[in-house]
Design a protein around this ligand. Structure first.
Ligand code: ADP
Ligand code: MG
Length: 267
């Protein structure tokens, strides 16, 4: 599908920007959790976000799909603002239905296992395309089966989440997010609630997505994985981007002392 943004990218020879955060700030009470964060993720690339606990990583991801509303700044997905519309010469909050539609451009997988417990694996994946995108149930089922195949769980479509391992649940969560055909996928520590032996199967699905050209923003503590899959690693501390760069530079010779110290603590 060609968009105005595609055409502009082709015309100017610039890489197309899929995610753009412009001066995003967010405070809870008087604590500044994000402080004028700028971030650009080109289409088809993977950015890994790392940083200490409490540094604002989850809040940053949640601002991208507007689960959290930034106090100031803008989020553009493929050139389109998320959760905002123009009314005359003013920009106002999008009504809930429209926000839900904007959000379909952004798939998200959380740290906690959060499938719908009362639905089967297949129904978990079929739900959103039918409810939000008005897909026919038959089409949504066919697509869900394709996605289950892709994450290696075709044989589990009739199971309930409680019957699956944590790694299987996360793979279903990835399939569920992909069902809406998002332009970008966000992952918030997708493996940190898993037993160590289950981490690999989830990372391997993410790796396949990267190889397929999916644009992704991934919060992770798995440095080796980040080094392998990321085009760019972003180190965030106390709500600010301290440093960012390609994995070799970030892990091999970071510019900032704080970055080096952080990597030393988690390796
Ligand atoms: P990280 O994901 O890097 O661990 P978070 O984005 O979850 O960090 O949180 C950053 C800071 O914001 C923390 O101090 C956290 O306690 C605070 N915070 C996050 N969400 C809320 C909220 N809804 N209300 C109040 N404080 C919050
Ligand atoms: Mg977090």
């Amino acid at each position: 599908m060609s968009t105005a943004a595609d055409e502009l990218a082709v015309a100017t020879g610039e890489p197309r920007t899929m995610v753009r955060l412009i001066q995003i700030s967010k405070a809870f009470g008087d604590v500044a959790v994000l402080d004028r964060v700028d971030l650009t993720v080109p289409a088809g690339t993977v950015t890994c976000v790392v940083g200490p606990s409490g540094s604002g990583k989850s809040t940053l991801l949640r601002c991208v799909n507007r689960l959290e509303r930034p106090d100031s700044g803008a989020v553009l997905i493929d050139g389109q603002p998320v959760g905002l519309i123009r009314r005359g010469n003013r920009v106002i909050e999008a009504p809930p239905r429209l926000l839900a539609r904007h959000r379909t451009a952004v798939g998200m997988v959380f740290q906690a296992l959060n499938l719908f417990p009362h639905l089967t694996v297949l129904e978990n994946i079929v739900e959103a395309p039918v409810a939000v995108q008005r897909a026919s149930r038959a089409d949504a089922r066919a697509r869900a089966r394709e996605l289950l195949q892709r994450v290696g769980l075709a044989h589990k479509e009739r199971s309930y989440p409680r019957e699956l391992s944590g790694g299987e649940q996360q793979r279903v969560a990835i399939a569920r997010a992909l069902a809406l055909r998002p332009k970008v996928m966000l992952f918030d520590e997708p493996t940190s609630a898993l037993d160590p032996e289950l981490v690999g199967e989830v990372l391997s699905v993410v790796r396949d997505l990267a190889a397929g050209g999916m644009t992704m923003l991934i919060v992770t503590h798995e440095l080796r994985f980040a080094a392998e899959v990321a085009d760019e690693i972003v180190f965030i501390d106390r709500g600010r981007i301290v440093e960012q760069g390609p994995p070799a530079t970030m892990l091999g010779s970071p510019r900032e002392e704080r970055t080096a110290r952080f990597f030393a603590t988690i390796q």
